[in-house]
Design a binder for this molecule. Structure first.
Ligand code: AMP
Length: 287
């Protein structure tokens, strides 16, 4: 099978194909992405292909989730390489619609998930998650019954999508997959191409600082402000680092428990030059 034969651009064609697969008794796995795929995406595709009979990857740089002045136009794109990686990881089909196919007229509908969307990333990119929730709703409506795979790399997004699928009774099982990192610890991201080599070296501090924060909690620290301050100070030792936020929150509600208890997640968004990098780590707070 060549990569070209696997690319579908029409909603109607994708629906017909997936309906036929399900009618023949085959289960569908779905991996939504914005393309420029790396091994992090590859791990999602492999997980989907291992658990489902037919896996498809969507590649769509969704304008709704970019605010004016963000990197919508600059976002890296390479459909041919994406198709090759998807097929190698086990996908049978790539859905790569145009903006016109997805939004033939200005979309008047917006999906908003309360509370979980508000803090952290939501505070810094106030329109972002509504754009994500809206496009994921649309993709779920197009896909039909399936399992959909999302990375823990975007932890808050995963929490929002889980809640949305449950609240709106989408016939979709949302599956979270662990963060895939480079050998030196940097979380893989399509946006890592924006880093200069100096910035890339400095960005290693994110993984190190988060690990340190988790160790503090494991050693008995229960004050989220202290954890956030120590992690922020460590990130700020790197001259290029500009922190948007460091937060430690309940893993599901995204609310800040004080004192820390239960399953918590330590998250950051930090800029290095043109790249705005997300990373996070979790821990179950010992009793
Ligand atoms: P994106 O193309 O960046 O929108 O990401 C598409 C999906 O891949 C999302 O569910 C991400 O969380 C996931 N993803 C991106 N990077 C990684 C990574 N390094 N490890 C695991 N999943 C990832």
């Amino acid at each position: 099978m060549t990569a070209e034969t696997t690319i579908v651009t029409s909603i109607a064609e994708l629906r017909a194909t997936l309906d036929a697969e399900r009618a023949a008794g085959r289960s569908v796995g779905f991996v939504p992405t914005m393309g420029y795929l790396h091994d992090g995406h590859g791990s999602l595709i492999e997980a989907a292909a291992a658990a489902n009979d037919v896996t498809f990857v969507s590649i769509f740089v969704n304008p709704l989730q970019f605010a004016p002045g963000e990197d919508l136009e600059a976002y890296p794109r390479d459909l041919e390489a994406d198709a090759a990686l998807s097929v190698a990881a086990g996908a049978a089909l790539i859905f790569a619609p145009s903006v016109e196919e997805m939004y033939p007229e200005p979309i008047l509908t917006s999906v908003h998930v309360n509370t979980v969307s508000d803090p952290l990333e939501g505070r810094h990119r106030p329109t972002h998650f509504d754009g994500v929730s809206t496009v994921v709703s649309k993709l779920f409506a197009i896909a039909g019954p399936c399992r959909a795979y999302f990375g823990e790399k975007d932890w808050q997004q995963l929490a929002i999508v889980r809640r949305m699928a449950s609240d709106l009774s989408f016939p979709v099982e949302v599956v979270g997959c662990p963060i895939v990192r480079e050998p030196d610890g940097l979380a893989m991201s399509s946006r890592n191409v924006y880093l200069t080599s100096e910035e890339r070296t400095q960005a290693l501090v994110l993984n190190q600082a988060l690990r340190h924060g988790i160790e503090l909690i494991e050693a008995g620290e229960r004050d989220p402000d202290i954890v956030e301050r120590v992690v922020s100070a460590m990130i700020e030792t790197q001259p290029a680092a500009e922190i948007d936020y460091v937060g430690v929150v309940d893993a599901m509600t995204l609310l800040e428990p004080a004192p820390l208890a239960g399953e918590v997640r330590l998250l950051t968004a930090t800029r290095f030059g043109k790249a705005r990098l997300l990373d996070n780590m979790g821990v179950v707070v010992p009793d």
